[in-house]
Design a protein around this ligand. Structure first.
Ligand code: GUN
Ligand code: FE
Length: 422
């Protein structure tokens, strides 16, 4: 396919490519190149001309809880552990009902599609059938990514606590089934967080990780009470990060840890060595008063970080808003810590596209060989009075855009339409 438009992408944290009135050519699922003049070998072929639109890489949301989608915005006047007990766990227990789950999954996937999240890594719940249905529906939607059945066998309500052996058996069944039946959606090991998983369960999951060479996702160092609890549960292990490591759950280059707000230098050494992706979730961190991640410092110290929504700790799946919020929070942090230069919105845009896309391989930039995942952004009709550059229009979309400004979405080289009629 051949597209014409204004292409913007951020191949590196501090580098932006802006190619105005350019041509992008795809071959199959991937980008062949972006050209200022259409190369003669493509002359005469049909062109999709997006005119003045700005075309950007689609968003990757590397930390989102699909079952919590229906709780967006609810119960944020308490902090993490009380929020989980009061609002999150009772909701998640409902997903034993696959019919309910399926209704939520369709709404969830429609929303991700609408806001331009073409790839993601999602938590489901402990329920095998519901998790499987989310995997199938994601594939059916034409979106890509990873889905994990959550594992929980301690410190959880009775109706949201698994038998350890059953949890491992259900997990292995989904690993095998998804490998046999799905092409673009993979399984990701998903121990909820250390307080929810016994040593035996973490050890079994670590072994499954080795056996099937799987990615892993969980939560790390999000809230002071949570960290204290982990210390009490594992007095013989010095840090939260080392608990995961002790059970083989920091799989090199294949692990996503949400938050990581409160990390010691020693923990950062391990996370760097294991090339763990830290998912920074600015809305969640402010909604349940978790804290401010020192994002600039972490990036300068060589940690791999991205921006994610953490719905429903975060109140919206719209990644453009999380991108803008990450820059805003970074500025507030800068005012308190002047030595930590704040991030620009073009940098947080990188973190939600190429920075996170690297977890999937060549994703998140318009370079040859990269998967063509893209959003076509059209201006808001109210912004018709001044001439704006493509970069200015991208900034306005990141801060105040929504799904009405996304004219088309592509994933893996294909146009994706709204997945489900409700
Ligand atoms: N830690 C353990 N479970 C959760 C969850 O569902 N959301 C958030 N934000 N943190 C958690
Ligand atoms: Fe989370």
């Amino acid at each position: 396919m051949i597209f014409k438009g204004n292409f913007i992408w951020a191949p590196e944290l501090d580098r932006l490519e802006v190619r105005e009135h350019a041509w992008l050519v795809t071959e199959g699922e991937t980008v062949a190149g972006v050209y200022d003049q259409l190369p003669p070998e493509y002359a005469g072929q049909p062109v999709t001309d997006w005119g003045d639109a700005v075309i950007i890489p689609a968003f990757n949301d590397m930390h989102i809880h699909a079952p919590q989608f229906v709780n967006r915005g609810i119960g944020y006047d308490v902090r993490l552990l009380e929020w989980l007990d009061t609002y999150t766990f009772p909701l998640e227990a409902r997903y034993r009902d696959v019919g309910f789950a399926e209704q939520v999954w369709k709404r969830f996937l429609n929303r991700l599609w609408a806001v331009g999240t073409m790839r993601f890594s999602a938590f489901a719940t402990i329920h095998k059938e519901a998790a499987w249905r989310l995997m199938e529906l994601t594939e059916q939607a034409g979106l890509r990514g990873l889905v994990g059945k959550v594992n929980m066998d301690r410190n959880s309500p009775d109706d949201l606590r698994e038998d350890t052996e059953q949890s491992l058996a259900d997990t292995e069944e989904l690993i095998c089934r998804s490998r046999a039946e799905l092409k673009h959606v993979g399984f990701i090991l998903t121990p909820r967080f250390v307080p929810s998983t016994t040593e035996k369960l973490m050890d079994g999951l670590g072994q499954l990780g080795e056996k099937y060479d799987l990615p892993v996702q969980s939560h790390l160092a999000e809230n002071p009470s949570e960290i204290q609890w982990v210390k009490e549960l594992h007095p013989d292990i010095s840090t939260y990060t080392q608990v995961y490591d002790a059970f083989g759950l920091l799989r090199k280059g294949k692990t996503i840890m949400a938050h990581g707000i409160y990390l010691s230098d020693g923990e950062k050494d391990i996370l760097r060595e294991k090339n763990v992706l830290l998912a920074h979730c600015p809305f969640s961190n402010s909604n349940v008063s978790s804290g401010v991640m020192p994002l600039r410092r972490d990036l300068e110290e060589g940690l791999w970080c991205c921006v994610a929504s953490d719905v429903a700790g975060g109140h919206t799946a719209a990644m453009n808003r999380s991108v803008a919020a990450a820059a805003a929070l970074s500025k507030l942090n800068w005012l308190n810590h002047p030595e930590e230069r704040h991030l620009k919105v073009t940098e947080t845009f990188h973190l939600a596209t190429r920075g996170s896309g690297a977890f999937f391989g060549k994703v998140g930039a318009f370079e040859p060989g990269f998967d063509f995942d893209a959003l076509v952004i059209t201006p808001d009709p109210v912004d018709d009075l001044l001439e704006r550059t493509p970069l200015e229009r991208l900034e306005q979309f990141l801060y105040d855009g929504d799904d009405r400004h996304i004219a088309a979405r592509y994933c893996g080289g294909a146009l994706v339409e709204q997945p489900f009629a409700l």
